[in-house]
Design a protein around this ligand. Structure first.
Ligand SMILES: [Zn+2]
Length: 140
């Protein structure tokens, strides 16, 4: 690998791109699953753990993958594993590791949601925003 990176560096005169681990999905309990993607922050690779819930109407994602290359692989993996589509994605907070896939998922027909406060913070920090806010009864 070092040899390949060295060749890349010599040929492009730029640093070798960071390689992040792929998508992992593991069963948590009942209809709940944990998925993880990774990204590089300040030169170090970090994991971002998220989850989803399988319902009779489809899958509800909690947060989006941090790694943009894993948006479609996550949807494909869920379809293959559960034979159903993702119908909704709810972000737990405004950071890119939770909302980065909102635009992509919305284009795939998935209802993206967040709290009103998260949507406000997304606006303030120029992060992707949900198409819908959660009803007041679901958050304070
Ligand atoms: Zn975060």
């Amino acid at each position: 690998m070092l040899f390949v990176c060295s060749l890349y560096w010599l040929s492009r005169f730029q640093p070798c791109p960071a390689i992040t681990p792929g998508l992992t999905i593991s069963h948590l309990y009942g209809d709940f699953y944990v998925y993880a993607t990774h990204n590089v922050y300040n030169g170090t690779t970090f994991p971002a753990n998220s989850m989803y819930m399988v319902t009779s109407k489809g899958v509800v994602l909690f947060d989006t993958p941090w790694d943009t290359a894993r948006f479609q692989p996550l949807l494909d993996s869920i379809q293959q594993r559960h034979h159903t589509k993702v119908i909704m994605c709810i972000a737990s907070h405004f950071h890119e590791d939770r909302t980065g896939g909102f635009d992509y998922f919305r284009q795939q027909g998935i209802a993206t949601r967040s709290s009103t406060y998260t949507k406000q913070l997304c606006t303030e920090h120029s992060e992707k925003q949900a198409a819908f806010v959660l009803p007041k009864t679901l958050h304070s």
